[in-house]
Design a protein. Structure first.
Length: 468
């Protein structure tokens, strides 16, 4: 049994299914069956399986559920249509506790799933395996079969799924459809609120407004069209009551008595100056509101960065930091090696020899006719030298002969007397050696089983007894 579990790939994701028989932990194969796992996880997040009964129970075979209607003919996938089957060579119906998609035929997967209660090889390559029951919760799964069933394998008192909870979500980009609907409604409400604020108009039929207010509104609209795209300044209006003269410090330091005298005369003109000021404020408020609505429309929704993307960025940054650190370390080691080599005389001598060897190697011809000719010349030279040494040994001359021109060019000053030596062996005598005869030229062999050695031992023992 352990061999079966070892052959299965590792799981990635976990869902808790709370049933009327107890909790059931379902581990998912999200890499081997991504579509089925995504469908199951999203339905669990949306609470789609809450309250669903296990409408089919076949002892020693399967327990099926996941249909909200409870008839075995309902249930939709999150894709809006049935999705394709997903088969994997390492996932087989070989033991109990497997979780697979229920279907009515090939590529007809919806929301229904089933648990296996034993080995079911007949279902291989017919249903998509996407998970397995983990740990001791498999005994809670077996309790689902402890019900009475009718002729159609429908339980008379079926167990049901109370709720589901996603413990480890392998898909970070899943957004439940219920949550998406809520967000969409909130966005629509916010857009309507901003739209109502930006397009607010006055109802001049009310008693609080009159003909004068309507005329003021028309004047404001005309002025806004004229100053569109320009800076906001009160000098843009053709109003005779506005002064073109700027106020200086000298004007501000006039005595207060003059202000009091002029206050009475200017009280009548204040009312006339307040009207254009009010118009300017109205224009500014309208323009601000229009700008705010334009900015709101231009604003794009914030980009949602998933956790997996953040982890990828962190891993990428860490790899870059590691590469930079390795490069620095290698550069430091190379610099240290250079310093050590410069200080060491033996290394410098070795470098010279190696350079000399490289130069000689470059002088040698490459493979071909030239290289073969050079090899033959070297062999002929060695053969000539060997013959010369042998002739010296045959004639017994102790004096060295004069070297030829080719020998003079050679830098090898070593002794060549080793070439005149011959391989010789000692001659062995052909006579047969007797083990009973003592000879000084051979090793002594003592065999206790030899009759002569036995007689000697007995004689020595008797001699010892006589002495006593």
């Amino acid at each position: 049994m352990s061999n079966i579990y070892v052959q299965e790939p590792p799981t990635n994701g976990k869902v808790l299914v709370v049933t009327s028989c107890g909790d059931i932990d379902v581990e998912l194969w999200a890499k081997e069956a991504p579509k089925a796992c995504r469908n199951f996880v999203q339905l669990c997040l949306e609470g789609y399986y809450d309250g669903c009964i296990f409408h089919r129970v076949v002892p020693h075979f399967i327990v099926q559920g996941g249909d909200p209607t409870g008839t075995g003919e309902g249930g939709d996938s999150v894709y809006g249509k049935p999705f394709k089957d997903e088969f994997h060579t390492r996932l087989r119906f070989s033991h109990r506790g497997l979780v697979a998609m229920a279907n009515a035929g090939p590529n007809d997967n919806g929301s229904q799933f089933f648990f296996t209660l034993g080995s079911t090889p007949d279902l291989q390559k017919k249903h998509t395996i996407f998970g397995k029951v983990a740990g001791n919760t498999v005994y809670n799964m077996l309790k689902l079969t402890e019900v009475e069933t009718d002729a159609n394998d429908r339980p008379l008192h079926p167990h049901k799924i109370l709720r589901t909870k996603v413990l480890a979500n392998p898909f970070d980009d899943i957004i439940p459809r219920t949550q998406a609907k809520k967000l969409k409604k909130e966005d629509e409400k916010e857009a309507q609120r901003r739209k109502s604020q930006s397009k607010a108009t006055k109802n001049f039929q009310l008693l609080s407004f009159g003909e004068e207010a309507e005329e003021d509104e028309e004047e404001v609209n005309i002025v806004t069209k004229k100053i569109a795209g320009k800076g906001k300044s009160s000098h843009d209006f053709d109003d005779p009551t506005l002064s073109a003269h700027t106020i200086t410090k000298e004007d501000e330091e006039q005595p207060k008595t003059e202000e009091k005298e002029e206050s009475s005369s200017e009280s009548s003109s204040d009312d006339a100056e307040e009207e254009p000021a009010k118009k300017i404020l109205k224009i500014e408020t309208v323009e601000k509101e229009t700008q705010e609505t334009a900015e709101v429309q231009k604003e794009e929704p914030p980009k949602v960065i998933s956790r997996s993307e953040e982890l990828r960025k962190e891993v990428k940054q860490l790899k870059q930091d590691i590469l930079i650190a390795q490069k620095k370390k290698e550069a430091k080691k190379e610099s240290e090696k250079k310093v050590e080599e410069d200080e060491n005389d033996a290394v410098s001598q070795f470098k010279k020899e190696r350079q000399k060897y490289k130069e000689l190697k470059q002088q040698q011809p490459k493979k071909g006719a030239g290289r073969e000719q050079q090899t033959l010349e070297i062999l002929a030279k060695f053969q000539k030298k060997l013959e010369a040494v042998r002739s010296m040994a045959d004639y017994g001359g102790d004096d060295e002969e004069e070297k030829s021109d080719e020998d003079k060019d050679d830098d090898d000053d070593a002794d060549l007397s080793w070439m005149s030596h011959k391989l010789a062996f000692e001659e062995h005598r052909g006579k047969v050696m007797d083990a009973n005869v003592n000879e000084s030229d051979r090793y002594e062999i003592f065999d206790p089983r030899n009759p002569m050695n036995e007689r000697r031992r007995e004689a020595s023992k008797q001699a010892m007894k006589e002495k006593r």
